[in-house]
Design a protein around this ligand. Structure first.
Ligand code: AMP
Length: 618
């Protein structure tokens, strides 16, 4: 990777006046907080299982509060479609999650076995996450926007024993693939209402019959707790393994990066199928004993402003695509809503444009604090803090307890390692691969059944994130782009290989190359280039048919939104499709070194040239 130097930002920094804080931020002096921090001390903020029986995420999140002064405190507040709310106290949540653990036990699902979910943000989902952990089983959430194929693949790879889902999702996505999943023993319907589908169970009925106060199973810090699937450039989805000790990081980062205080009303908008929906939609706020808002509906600007105002949300954690949608809807939509309770706004998952940071100040009365992390890190690693200066466009600085670095890359884009040590870029603003020093508690402990793939993530003493970044002279990190071909669309990480494989199952498709192209709202959208088999002619009907075919199998979140026919895809001499070249051509960028290209072809006819949208990396 060539090291480039660029000005850090053209947007003025947003400084904070410590005297102006209504609530004193948890982290005021960044350097002092980093110097004083240790993960061992962070562990002491938690309780551990009674009797020294180990550590369990669900105990830290629920039962220790239920056993103390927070028993009657509102843990979860669900906002229904009509705006009405239903609440669960910590004591109520402890009881419900015990019952769920009892249901699993009764079904013979034990320690380390995987329980999956495919549902929206309903009470059953939260109960299932925590109840699974109380049973020492492993929880694995899936996006409900996935089509049957990604669902089947993940259930198969993760050896799912039980699945929690709804009747309509079962009918649409599971019934047709059930026979191909012999290891899936039980499907629990959250809305069976006394009448489960054939081959499924009525979760509510089982819960009523289960014991209300069973003891949390003893788990150790290194026992597997969560499995989160993520996508790479090639191969099948990767199941990132997280352990119970991750709760140390969830709690500590809730303190430092999200600035959680006991009296907060906290809202995380992340889909529960995404790691953020678990780490920060469920675990971190509950360990802090704060009240968490859960919107059961999909994103809608007016609804969201109403929830922020009516529920008196104080800390809001959301994503750039959602903020861009609010911004697009117009600032007048925010008017008339009293957002004065809002104290801190944070965002994660994609590059956050400086425009959005500034818009936050105007429309919400608060700037947006970007932070960075990924499925493998299990928790926030780099962040802008409530009390510290924001440099719009920057992801911020590493959390206390986190050591980040920029690793130099060679001409073949491989990290440079000398004498067993990664070579770090030291000059400010030079680009390299963002890396983290292993050792934080929520670091993934492996990819399920893929030891070699896991080992390849580490080099010269560092975990390599796959992202390119630079660090300015004051230690602020700036996202530059992905180091691989993975696509980020509306926060979803999409492996091009998964999409290409699906497209090639269509009779007309000989080969496919899939890339992300900039989109002003979603950051990127998926675009497929397709080579047809002989005998097939490009046509608009065929284009729509192939897109429809992919949507049905992969679901709208993953399927290509754009499709273009091409006579020949650019390939290396060994036959690998050069997605990078497709992308350079699509964006009108220099094509770089094409000496390894087998048969360079003309840019595909009719290629559009979208200007890099505000979602493009800054
Ligand atoms: P996931 O594992 O699905 O959470 O995706 C993680 C990836 O999302 C990272 O490796 C980045 O490429 C991207 N990402 C997450 N947060 C940010 C951010 N604040 N700025 C830019 N990219 C981000």
């Amino acid at each position: 990777m060539t090291a480039g130097t660029e000005p850090s930002t053209r947007w003025p920094a947003i400084s904070k006046d410590p005297a102006g804080f209504r609530v004193r931020p948890n982290l005021v002096d960044y350097d002092a907080a980093c110097a004083a921090f240790s993960w061992d001390e962070a562990r002491h903020e938690l309780s551990g299982l009674p009797g020294g029986r180990g550590v369990n995420i669900a105990y830290e999140a629920v039962d220790r509060h239920a056993a103390g002064s927070l028993a009657g405190h509102e843990a979860l507040r669900f906002v229904r479609a009509d705006g009405s709310v239903r609440s669960l106290s910590f004591a109520g949540l402890a009881e419900q999650t015990s019952r769920f653990a009892g249901v699993l036990r009764g079904l013979g699902i034990g320690r380390g076995e995987r329980v999956f979910s495919l549902t929206g943000r309903s009470p059953s989902l939260y109960i299932a996450v925590l109840g699974t952990l109380k049973n020492a089983s492993v929880f694995c959430p899936l996006f409900s926007a996935f089509g049957p194929e990604p669902v089947r693949q993940r259930l198969h790879l993760g050896s799912g024993r039980a699945l929690v889902t709804t009747r309509s999702l079962y009918r649409k996505k599971i019934a047709g693939i059930r026979d191909s999943l012999p290891e899936l023993r039980h499907v629990l319907l959250t809305d069976a209402d006394g009448d489960p589908e054939p081959g499924t169970l009525d979760l509510a009925a089982l819960m009523r019959a289960a014991p209300a106060d069973s003891e949390v199973a003893a788990t150790q810090a290194e026992d597997m707790a969560l499995l989160h699937f993520t996508s790479g450039t090639t191969g099948t989805p990767k199941g990132a393994i997280h352990v119970h000790d991750a709760v140390t990081a969830h709690h500590a980062t809730g303190t430092t990066a999200l600035d959680l205080h006991p009296e907060d009303i906290y809202w995380c908008t992340a889909d529960p199928g995404w790691v953020t929906g678990t780490s920060y939609g469920v675990i971190a706020p509950l360990t802090h004993g704060v009240t968490t808002i859960v919107d059961e509906e999909e994103m809608d600007p007016d609804r969201w402003y109403r929830i922020l105002a009516e529920q008196h949300v104080t800390v809001w954690y959301t994503a750039p695509t959602a903020l861009r949608m609010l911004m697009k809807a117009g600032a007048d939509r925010a008017r008339g809503h009293d957002l004065s309770a809002l104290r801190f706004v944070a965002s994660v998952g994609e590059p956050l444009n400086p425009e959005v940071v500034a818009w936050g100040q105007e429309a919400l009365g608060r700037p947006v604090h970007d932070n960075w992390w990924q499925t493998e890190t299990g928790g926030i690693m780099i962040s802008n803090y409530a009390a510290t200066e924001i440099r719009p466009g920057s992801m911020g600085r590493p959390l206390p307890g986190v050591e980040a670095g920029i690793v130099a890359r060679d001409a073949a884009d491989k990290p440079i390692v000398r004498d067993g040590k990664a070579v770090l870029v030291t000059e400010p603003d030079a680009v390299g691969e963002l890396a983290l020093r292993p050792g934080w508690p929520s670091m993934f402990r492996g990819y399920l059944h893929e030891e070699e793939r896991y080992r390849r993530c580490f080099a010269g003493g560092w975990y390599l994130t796959g992202d390119l970044a630079r660090r300015d002279a004051d230690g602020y990190y700036w996202f530059v782009g992905r180091g691989d071909d993975v696509i980020k669309s509306s926060g979803h990480l999409i492996g091009p290989f998964e999409v290409e494989s699906c497209l090639m199952e269509h009779d007309a498709v000989a080969e496919a190359g899939v890339i992300g192209v900039p989109d002003p709202v979603a950051g990127e959208v998926v675009k497929a280039f397709v080579e047809l088999r002989s005998g097939w002619q490009p046509s608009e009907d065929l284009q729509l048919e192939i897109i429809g075919f992919a949507r049905k199998r992969l679901g709208p979140a993953v399927a290509p939104r754009l499709l273009e026919f091409t006579a020949a895809l650019p390939r290396t001499r060994s036959g690998k499709i050069l997605r990078r070249l497709l992308k350079a051509r699509e964006l009108g960028l220099p094509e770089g070194d094409t000496s390894t290209v087998e048969s360079p072809v003309e840019s595909p006819a009719g290629a559009s040239e979208p200007a890099p949208g505000p979602g493009a990396p800054q």
